[in-house]
Structures are given as structure tokens and as C-alpha cells.
Design a binder for this molecule. Structure first.
Ligand code: HEM
Length: 410
């Protein structure tokens, strides 16, 4: 193992294209204490147990006094934390209210009924390539697709993307190591605040002219628990706008990259398109878009695999390391879309388990089905491709590929 600390090792950009050998090294010890005080948990069952453990908090206010959270998207006084950074019972109330226009029990068909619309958006993007024989999977496909979807769902104008992208980029930069941590914190807070102001304007518009979107539902819908307050609404909208596309872009791009590296898997998907759901689950295990959950802390001294983690310590749950734990997944470095019992950690578990998982799954299934069916002889131009800086939301920055033709839609 290099002489750097575990945190330095896994945040080092040099390993971004292939962090898995470093995770394998760390996994020799289920809990690794870094000099910075961060405890890294690397093995499947320990991570999964902690995700269900009520002695673990997602609220940064429970960190020991003086602890400066590392890799954080910021919770400033001006805009309180969204429910991903809160604990029950506050978390549960906000999640239930946010879920009302999105999923069961109040809106069980919402995502299911979007299938046709998702196919239409993907078809439009592939048609729009206009016979190009070389394109960037990220900029031309995997990014604009989930952005269009989350904008439509929330009721955010798609044309505002260049405007809010700058703010989203500033917030997400908090999930990458920085030379000047104080400056980074300031910029994350500024980005979050500006995004909140932008969404507050939209929320007001939707209050006056409600449509069939989630912002409108949140401001008009009166359920048994009432409505969110304005600041809760803004924090929730910021969370959904970011979580709704910054992760799915990586799942789709990692999917195209993995399939082009593994001709047998690509062929299997072409011949048996109904295996796409299994392919997406295996991608969530093999190349999870959220690699690390850095936002946990202990509410008491707890013992994990023989190590005492003291109260108030910062914990990083290394989902990507747990997903390749040979104690849980036989031959874990093999991409095997037919893998049985594939309960990966890609969407987390427990009270914070991904809210958008049904949508993310459907988006990735539609995107990979259409790409596989329509591109003739696709090939990677650069392997490995250039990666985005974050070790948390990991994925290629660009993925240039070539193909000999793009077949017409079905
Ligand atoms: C491939 C795409 C995605 C991946 C890999 C992913 C992964 C995750 C993970 C690992 C968590 C758990 C966080 C934690 O425990 O602290 C989470 C939570 C969350 N995700 Fe996703 N996500 C994806 C897509 C989406 C989408 C499309 C949306 C919105 C439509 C979304 C909304 C959320 C929200 C709101 C939470 C917080 C849930 C809570 O705290 O109760 N995600 N996601």
C-alpha cells in the first residue's frame, strides 16, 4: 500500500479510473482509521449493518465539536440541510412529503407511466446525432437525458440548464478534495444558496400557476401531514434536482463503457434485450455511481468488526469496496449480468435508501436498451476515458465513441 493515508489514497485522482485494487487493499481490515479521524468501513456486511443502525446519524451537527466534515455538499445557516442529511423523525416526515407526488403509496404509477416519455427523449437524442460517426456519450447522451427527465418531473424549465449547471457544479465540487478547503466550503455554500434562490422563484411561480409537476404538487397538495415549510421545500428541491441527474449520468456512462469493454455482455444484451434489468443491477454493483457515503457519524461509541468507533467520529461507508467484497459476491471483479442474488449497495439501504431508485433504474434500462440496439459497431476512442474529479460521484467526464451507423428507431 502506498505510504499515503487511506483517505489520501482513495481520494487521489491518480486512481480514479480504477480504484478497485486500492479498495481491495483496504478491505483487508473492515474498519480503517485515518489520521484525520475519519473511519472507513470497507466490507459488505459491516456497511449494510451500519446503514440500518440507528446509532449512526446522517446529520453533520452530531459530529464531535471542531470536526470539519470532509467531502461535504455543505449545510449552511441560510439553507438548512435537506432530508438526506437529517435523521428520523424529521427525515421521515420530509421524505414522506417529498414522496407524495413521486411514488407509493400516494403516486404508485408516476414512474411506471413515464416509460414512453423516457423512450421518446432517448430516441430524440440519438436521432439528433444526425448520422455522426463519433460522439461523446456524456455530453450528447448520458447527461442531457436525466437532466431532461428531472426537469420535467420537478417542473424546472429545461432551457435553464446552462444557468443552474454552474450552481450545481459548485455544490458537487464539495465532494472532491480541494487544496483550499475554506475556499471550497465558501463556494459550495454560495452555489447551494444561489440554487435555492433560483428554485424559490420557480416555487413561487408554481404556487400561482400549478402544473402537473412535483414542485406544483408540493406547494398545493394538502396531505394528512400538511405541507413542507418554504425552506424545507427549497432544500428538498435542491436535493432532488442534483440527486436526480448527477448520479444517473454516471450509471449510463459506466454502462456504455463497461459494455464496450465486454463484448460478450454487449452481445448478450443485443440478443436478449429483456436481460437489461439484470445488466443494470450488475452495473450498480460493479461500477456504482455513488462510491462512498461520507456523511455519517456515530451517536455513541460503537463496535464494528472488533474496532471501537468513538461517538462523534466521521464515518465513510465505501459502497464500492463492499460491492466487490469476495465474502459476499463470488468472483467480485467479474462483470456478470447473470449474477444471482445481486443485492448490491449501489442505492444504499435503510431509511436513506435511494428515493429515486425506480426512476434511475428505468432511465438506465431505456438508455442502454436503445444504445445497444441502435449503434452499429460502437467502439471506444480512449480507454480509460478522462474521469470527473470526485471520488464520491465517480464517472467519466467524457466518453468519446465511434460507430459506423445509427439505426432508425424501432
Ligand atoms: C444511478 C442513479 C442513482 C444512484 C446510484 C443513487 C444512489 C443513492 C444512494 C447510495 C443514496 C443513499 C444516500 C445515503 O444513505 O446517505 C441515495 C439517496 C437519495 N437519492 Fe439517489 N441515486 C440515484 C438516482 C437518484 C435519482 C434519479 C433521484 C431523484 C429522482 C435520487 C434521489 C435521492 C434522494 C432524494 C436521496 C435521499 C434519500 C433519503 O435520505 O431518504 N437518486 N441515492
Amino acid at each position: 500500500m502506498p505510504s499515503s493515508s487511506p483517505v489520501q489514497m482513495i481520494t487521489d485522482y491518480a486512481i480514479r479510473a480504477d480504484p478497485y485494487p486500492s479498495f481491495a487493499e483496504l478491505r483487508r481490515t473492515p474498519v480503517v482509521r485515518d489520521d484525520s479521524g475519519v473511519h472507513l468501513v470497507t466490507t459488505y456486511w459491516e456497511i449494510r449493518n451500519l446503514l440500518h443502525d440507528p446509532r449512526i446519524s446522517s446529520d453533520a451537527r452530531n459530529l464531535a465539536p471542531g470536526t470539519q466534515p470532509q467531502l461535504s455538499v455543505g449545510d449552511d445557516e441560510a439553507l438548512p440541510p435537506s432530508f438526506i442529511r437529517l435523521d428520523p423523525p424529521e427525515h421521515d416526515r420530509l421524505r414522506r412529503l417529498a414522496m407524495r407526488p413521486f411514488g407509493p403509496p400516494h403516486s404508485p404509477r408516476r414512474i411506471h407511466d413515464m416509460h414512453g416519455e423516457l423512450v421518446r427523449i432517448v430516441t430524440g437524442l440519438l436521432d439528433g446525432l444526425g448520422g455522426e460517426d463519433r460522439f461523446d456519450v456524456v455530453d450528447d447522451f448520458a447527461y442531457p437525458f436525466p437532466v431532461a427527465v428531472i426537469c420535467q418531473l420537478l417542473g424546472v424549465p429545461r432551457d435553464d440548464e446552462p444557468h443552474f449547471r454552474r450552481m450545481v457544479d459548485a455544490v458537487v465540487a464539495g465532494l472532491s478534495p480541494a487544496e483550499d478547503a475554506a475556499e471550497q466550503r465558501r463556494s459550495v455554500q454560495q452555489g447551494r444558496l444561489e440554487l435555492g434562490q433560483y428554485l424559490a422563484g420557480l416555487i413561487e411561480e408554481h404556487r400561482r400557476h400549478p402544473g402537473d409537476d412535483m414542485l406544483s404538487a408540493w406547494v398545493t397538495d394538502e396531505g394528512p401531514e400538511g405541507r413542507m415549510s418554504l425552506v424545507e421545500l427549497i432544500s428538498t428541491a435542491v436535493l432532488l434536482l442534483i440527486a436526480g441527474h448527477e448520479t444517473t449520468v454516471n450509471l449510463i456512462t459506466n454502462g456504455v463503457l463497461t459494455l464496450l469493454r465486454q463484448p460478450a455482455a454487449l452481445q448478450r444484451l443485443r440478443e436478449h434485450p429483456l436481460t437489461v434489468a439484470d445488466t443494470v443491477e450488475e452495473l450498480l454493483r460493479y461500477e456504482p455511481p455513488v462510491q462512498i457515503l461520507p456523511q455519517r457519524t456515530t451517536l455513541a461509541d460503537i463496535e464494528v468488526a472488533g474496532t471501537i468507533i468513538p461517538k462523534g467520529a466521521q464515518i465513510w461507508l465505501l459502497l464500492a469496496a463492499g460491492n466487490r467484497d469476495p465474502e459476499r459476491f463470488p468472483d467480485p471483479d467479474r462483470f456478470d449480468p447473470a449474477r444471482p442474488d445481486n443485492q448490491h449497495l449501489g442505492f444504499g439501504f435503510g431509511v436513506h435508501a435511494c428515493f429515486g431508485a425506480p426512476l434511475a433504474r428505468l432511465e438506465a434500462q431505456v438508455a442502454l436498451t436503445e444504445i445497444t440496439r441502435r449503434l452499429r459497431e460502437p467502439q471506444l476512442v480512449e480507454d480509460p476515458p478522462p474521469y470527473r474529479p470526485s471520488p464520491v460521484l465517480r464517472g467519466p467526464r467524457h466518453l468519446p465513441i465511434t460507430c459506423t451507423a445509427i439505426a432508425p428507431p424501432a
